[in-house]
Design a binder for this molecule. Structure first.
Ligand SMILES: Cc1ncc(COP(=O)(O)O)c(C=O)c1O
Length: 416
């Protein structure tokens, strides 16, 4: 899917990362971009806006989320360490493995069953976290992460109750607790909709409360930053922040721009606030749910309930005649493209190898881009593919890179 030219794609649901449409307010802010190398006004706007929501002492801009991850792991992790998460995204897993640490997924049992309904399938298994700390020892756990919403686990939210419990375990063991905060606004909105006691709070108040339980975060501003590029790293630890900024200068840029232009900082400053607007969030969550509900009603197996930024097809249930070793997710994604020009992405055996617990096809909805009639077309194509699913065959790998192989892999159909 990554090898396709975008011109040959009709509806592009490959990712919601950096593919959103910026608002008039963001474009206006871009015009105010201060491109001073050091100490620009745009950095002040960026920092103030982020601190109002996230509340952390240090805000370090980076060009993407993965740059924040690389810097965080480089200064906190070493070979033999173990970093638990509800589910690591591919870039956090790869960056941890790159420094020799183990990326450990601890989703709750409900999170591993695609067809099961549960309001907070993104939650971490807190008892399993306690067991891991007891088993490997506190000194081998340099930090714990929680991904909100849990992208690789189906875009499912994490409850405030779970955030509080994970935070309590971390505080008791004096382990820093970081959020992978890419979709923090969607997570906050799900808490408002589904968790008792939060009905009358604003998404911003919920996000602020959530971040107060942590010590920092990594963030890709290409998601709930509503920007086309950018990210940041936050921490409350002064010593760590100094080490992170030193590394940032070496690889990304000076700490008041971190590899971004002043205008990008302005777009993010406005974007993180817009992502928390309730009207926007209501429309976004409703449109994802519309797609999920319409295909599920016809029997198409999806991860239930539909996630925040995407609908995930359960490829193992969709194509039970294709073994995980023959990449059912990739086969299904290829068929959606051949049938209807829809680009999606596999999250499964190709992405995670033997660590894959499910084979999913993610249909990620770019922010503020598609209308209901586009989504109606997607529903029609999926149902057409569903009706001839027994004719779809598995695939074998022809080329794979040593890490993050799904970005450049080439596969061949296994014809019977
Ligand atoms: C949960 C999660 N973490 C981290 C990242 C990495 O962010 P970026 O693509 O900006 O490097 C992504 C991107 O999709 C993500 O979904």
């Amino acid at each position: 899917m990554f090898l396709l030219s975008a011109d040959d794609v009709l509806i592009d649901l490959l990712t919601d990362s950096g593919t959103g449409a910026m608002s008039t307010h963001q474009w206006a802010a871009i015009m105010e971009g201060d491109e001073s190398y050091a100490g620009s006004k745009s950095f002040d706007h960026f920092k103030e806006s982020i601190q109002e929501i996230f509340g952390y002492r240090h805000v370090i801009p980076t060009h993407q989320g993965r740059a924040a991850e690389r810097i965080l792991f480089h200064v906190t992790c070493k070979k033999g360490d173990v970093v638990p998460n509800n589910t690591h995204f591919d870039t956090t897993r790869a960056n941890l493995e790159f420094v020799g640490a183990e990326a450990l997924d601890l989703p709750i049992a409900e999170g591993k069953q695609p067809s099961l309904e549960h309001p907070f399938k993104g939650n971490m298994d807190v008892a399993a976290l306690e067991q891991v700390i007891a088993r490997v020892g506190r000194e081998r756990v340099p930090l714990v992460m929680l991904t909100v919403t849990n992208n690789s686990g189906g875009g499912q939210p994490v409850s405030m109750g779970n955030v509080r419990q994970v935070s309590e375990v971390c505080r008791r063991h004096k382990i820093p607790f970081y959020f992978d905060a890419c979709r923090f606004a969607e997570n906050a909105y799900f808490i408002k909709l589904r968790e008792k006691g939060y009905e009358s709070k604003t998404p911003k108040q919920i996000a602020q409360e959530m971040f107060r339980h942590g010590d920092g975060c990594t963030m890709s501003a290409k998601k709930d930053g509503m920007a086309n590029i950018g990210g940041f790293l936050c921490t409350n630890d002064d010593l760590l922040a100094q080490q992170q900024k030193d590394l940032l200068i070496l690889t990304e840029g000076y700490p008041t721009y971190g590899g971004l232009a002043g205008r990008d900082l302005e777009a993010i400053a406005v974007g993180v606030q817009e992502a928390l607007e309730e009207d926007y969030l209501r429309y976004r969550i409703a449109s994802t749910s519309y797609l999920g509900t319409h295909i599920a009603q016809q029997g198409v197996p999806i991860v239930r309930p539909p996630g925040g930024h995407a609908v995930y097809l359960d490829a193992r249930a969709f194509l039970p005649h294709i073994a995980p070793t023959q990449f059912p997710g990739v086969a299904l994604a290829a068929e959606l493209y051949l049938q209807g020009g829809i680009r999606s992405v596999e999250i499964g055996t190709l992405m995670f190898g033997a660590a894959a617990k499910m084979d999913l096809v993610r249909l990620a909805i770019p922010r503020r881009v598609y209308t209901q009639s586009h989504i109606d077309y997607v529903v029609e194509v999926i149902l057409e593919v569903w009706n001839h699913r027994d004719q779809i065959c598995g695939l074998k790998l022809e080329h794979e890179a040593p890490f993050l192989r799904h970005f450049t892999a080439r596969l061949q159909p296994i014809r019977k």
